[in-house]
Design a protein around this ligand. Structure first.
Ligand SMILES: NC(=O)c1ccc[n+]([C@@H]2O[C@H](COP(=O)([O-])OP(=O)(O)OC[C@H]3O[C@@H](n4cnc5c(N)ncnc54)[C@H](O)[C@@H]3O)[C@@H](O)[C@H]2O)c1
Length: 340
């Protein structure tokens, strides 16, 4: 068999996430070229395409999908369903940023549309699955040398709250943790309770921040998530897995050279970056490489990447958290496994 050609990729949405993926795909990924930089804001598309050799800047979504071998969807959340359906109609593999879509109905429609095609075209950008630290935690659970996992503690802190509503905040931020918990535990989250209490002084007045979430998985693992979007001091993601006779954790620090100090005492300083792109650049790279390899060599499968079903299941947990926050009660979660 001759050498397979590089995968020509159209990136739909050239904002913060899209520009990051375009740069990684162009300079750090084997066998991939960015063929189209697509944005409804043409000046944005031109700016981002400028340093990328051979990339066309365009606002013509349909033409870009038709001409490329694969697409990355990095447009705003509410555009995902439409763009996914366009790529499905063109039989084009895609990596769609989280969340899969903004409603459970949309997620189910997407899962069903892909299933009807009878082949895997959709992967979701849950990049914690590629972060070396998260992979080590998962390996620890899978090895079982410290006994079964009992608890998983998570924190997700952002510098500044940028959300319009509490519901959006829950759908778009801890959705990463919902997927990570399902993936680490190897089972579904079946019940959630979300509470809020004393509020950050700097949050937008119309929404809750911080929010504390407690999840229970099918076998009874308790996983908590502190979601704090107005943390000011830095961007910090933590995860600790407590097994029966051992524990392991990610410390959440990044390698940023200009990090502020978390603690005032210089002896106790822990440097934390301010940008999510620094913390997860390695995970984005490993995720994109795995996806490009799977597109180029379909026989290798897409099994490392989150699927449309994972996108649906994680949004279902988010929706249950929104309900729990409103009702003040625990909410059961019943994901429907995809029909065979
Ligand atoms: N995985 C992660 O860690 C991570 C981090 C940040 C954002 N995201 C996700 O990435 C996606 C984009 O977020 P962002 O922060 O880059 O947003 P952004 O607002 O910075 O950029 C979105 C871009 O998409 C363009 N756009 C809007 N509609 C479009 C369409 N129909 N077709 C093509 N382009 C369109 C906009 O003009 C804008 O330039 C969201 O789904 C978000 O949740 C993921």
């Amino acid at each position: 068999m001759g050498k397979r050609p590089d995968v020509r990729i159209a990136v739909l949405g050239a904002g913060r996430m899209g520009a990051e993926h375009i740069s990684t795909l162009s300079f750090n990924i084997k066998n991939a070229v960015v063929s189209h930089v697509v944005d409804l804001d043409m000046s944005r598309a031109i700016d981002v395409a400028d340093p990328i050799e051979g990339a066309v800047a365009t606002s013509d979504i349909d033409a870009a999908i038709a001409e490329a071998d694969a697409v990355v969807i990095a447009a705003p959340e509410e555009r995902h369903r439409l763009l996914i359906e366009k790529a499905l109609a063109a039989d084009t593999p895609m990596l769609c940023e989280k969340p899969l879509a903004t409603t459970i109905e949309d997620c189910l429609a997407i899962v069903e549309a892909e299933r009807a095609l009878g082949k895997r075209l959709i992967s979701i950008g849950f990049m914690r699955r590629f972060d070396p630290g998260y992979r080590a935690l998962r390996q620890m659970i899978a090895d079982g040398t410290d006994g079964p996992a009992l608890m998983i503690h998570n924190s997700h802190r952002n510098v500044q709250n940028q959300w319009d509503t509490t519901a959006d905040q829950i759908r778009y931020l801890p959705v990463h943790e919902f997927d990570a918990i399902r993936w680490l535990a190897g089972e579904e989250i079946v019940r959630v309770t979300a509470v809020t209490g004393k509020q950050s002084q700097d949050k937008p007045p119309e929404l809750d921040d911080p929010i504390f979430i407690v999840c229970r998985t099918a076998s009874g693992i308790i996983a908590d998530i502190e979601m704090y979007s107005s943390a000011k001091y830095g961007y910090e993601v933590r995860c600790e897995v407590v097994c029966d006779s051992g524990t392991a954790s990610l410390d959440g620090s990044s390698r940023s050279a200009h990090a502020p100090a978390v603690l005032a005492d210089p002896q106790l300083r822990l440097d934390v970056g301010r940008d999510w792109r620094d913390r997860f650049s390695n995970a984005y790279r490993l995720e994109l490489q795995a996806w490009v390899t799977s597109v180029r060599e379909p026989e290798s499968g897409f099994s490392q990447l989150a699927s449309a079903y994972d996108g649906y299941a994680s949004l279902l947990v988010a929706q249950a958290c929104i309900e729990s926050l409103e009702s003040g009660k625990p909410v059961e979660v019943h994901p429907q496994p995809p029909a065979l």
